[in-house]
Design a protein around this ligand. Structure first.
Ligand SMILES: [Zn+2]
Length: 481
């Protein structure tokens, strides 16, 4: 595997460095007045301030303790709208915090899609980390006041992880536009090369941070997400890796959902203050429309976005949000202004397409039923969750949805998908298999652990059939093996 030092960023950084200004962590949003209290009461009073006045967040870098303190404060001030939990620990033992926002923050509700933002996976790429704190601040202060945000959070469960690599962040002592060792985790591993890869065997040993995210993806029904980086200005979409079957010989690794990914990337870039111009950073590469196929930019193995799409049933894009990886804190307010609308508009896209439930006898949900769109099969087929639910992101149009309960006949339904993102709900289309009993639970079509597209390459070398037939063959193998 080519080390990250050779292609250290998604684009190397440029720009000016600078000092890191200090600053208070909290700023009251209104209703000032002096407070006198013993030191032990300070936290409580800060929380009270949040409740009563809707405290705003300062534009500065929040180190681990401050970040945790902020998240705890938000949760304490918004206990019914938020849920705070750690999905694991870094190598140095720091919690990997996730704040969940929504009308039902503690658990999945049938029909409500799960969305996630992850930032600071490369510890020295810091803008996303602070943007997500400001996004949290904006969401909790707008809920109940702004009708759009209120509807968004009533109909979406939003998971926010401000840092996936807290050790790398703490190891990066001062703002630096260029690549530093803080990119890696404490074991020196690049977390965005650390996931199982669909195209080749990844020999890197899976790190605690990576394992925590993989388990998290397994335990939630994520539908859409984005991974926030720095060092360039572009929205990059899957695949990052490729082979001749996905078109890599033409310099573009195309997924069956390429149209949806282009739309998702464009949604971000076109709502960003300048990304859509595609001018890139300094004299480096330009990106038409501010978007790129990951492989077209440069090929990488073990990335998180391909993992999400192939194994997690979650469409993820990679957002490069700053030419300078770790800019001075006095630029953070402008970064927030430039990204705020895009961050919100992107979340709404989780309501694209179609969703529904697959049920059997007595209306019981059927987990692990395969629900795919005709003409765009996933090599690892998308399956229903424990509640028999499926979510498929699709652009408006006419599609045939194929629901398959292994061992039974498939059920096909033609659906006309409108643009539903403004309604905060995908089209609903349920499937009922009255002849299927509850015993179907034991007949699970499992998703193999080996690199799926690697198998396609071998088959391609042997018989050279069309891509379409290859994908179908693999689906059949996966289902019936
Ligand atoms: Zn990065």
């Amino acid at each position: 595997m080519e080390a990250a030092s050779g292609r250290a960023g998604r684009g190397e950084a440029a720009g000016d460095g600078g000092p890191r200004p200090g600053g208070r962590q909290w700023r009251r949003g209104g209703g000032g007045g002096s407070m006198r209290a013993a030191a032990g009461d300070v936290v409580g009073i800060l929380i009270l301030c949040l409740v009563s006045a809707g405290a705003a967040l300062d534009f500065k870098y929040h180190h681990s303790e401050e970040l945790e303190q902020y998240l705890r404060g938000v949760h304490a001030a918004n206990p019914s709208l938020t849920h705070l939990h750690s999905i694991g620990r870094s190598v140095e033992g720091r919690d990997l915090w996730v704040l969940v926002l929504g009308r039902f923050p503690t658990h999945h509700m049938i029909g409500i899609p799960e969305f996630k933002y992850v930032a600071n996976m490369h510890g020295d790429e810091t803008v996303g980390r602070e943007l997500l704190l400001h996004l949290i601040d904006f969401l909790v202060t707008s809920y109940g006041r702004d009708p759009v945000i209120t509807r968004l959070l009533n109909n979406t469960r939003v998971h926010i992880m401000p840092t996936m690599n807290p050790d790398g962040f703490e190891a990066t002592k001062v703002p630096d536009c260029y690549y530093t060792r803080g990119r890696y985790n404490r074991n020196g591993e690049d977390l965005n090369r650390n996931f199982p890869d669909a195209f080749e065997n990844n020999s890197a040993s899976i790190q605690p941070e990576t394992r925590a995210v993989m388990d998290w993806i397994k335990n939630e029904t994520f539908v859409l997400s984005a991974n926030l980086h720095g060092g360039a200005l572009v929205a990059s979409y899957t695949f990052d890796n490729g082979n001749p079957v996905t078109g890599s010989l033409e310099g573009y690794s195309r997924s069956p959902d390429d149209d949806v990914f282009i739309h998702l990337a464009k949604t971000y870039s076109s709502n960003h203050a300048s990304m859509y111009k595609g001018t890139g950073c300094d004299n480096r590469q330009t990106f038409p429309g501010g978007i790129t196929n990951g492989y077209s930019w440069y090929q990488l193995e073990g990335g998180m976005q391909d993992y999400n799409y192939v194994w997690g049933q979650c469409f993820e894009i990679t957002l490069e949000l700053s030419c300078c990886k770790y800019p001075p804190a006095d630029q953070l307010e402008k970064f927030w202004r430039d990204n705020k609308v895009a961050l919100i508009e992107y979340i709404k896209q989780v309501h694209l397409g179609v969703k529904g439930q697959v049920t059997g006898k007595n209306g019981n949900p059927i987990p692990n039923a395969i629900v795919e769109v005709k003409g765009r099969p996933h090599v690892c087929p998308y399956r229903t969750n424990e509640q028999g639910e499926y979510f498929l992101l699709l652009l408006p149009g006419t599609y045939v949805i194929n629901a398959t309960v292994p061992g039974f006949k498939s059920m096909l339904k033609t659906v006309e998908i409108p643009d539903n993102t403004g309604n905060f709900s995908a089209l609903r289309q349920d499937f009922s298999f009255p002849e299927v009993s509850d015993k179907i639970r034991s007949r699970v079509a499992s998703c193999p652990k080996t690199p799926l597209y690697q198998e396609l390459t071998r088959a391609s070398a042997a018989v050279k059939p069309t891509v379409h037939i290859l994908v179908l063959m693999t689906v059949i193998l996966v289902i019936f093996k």
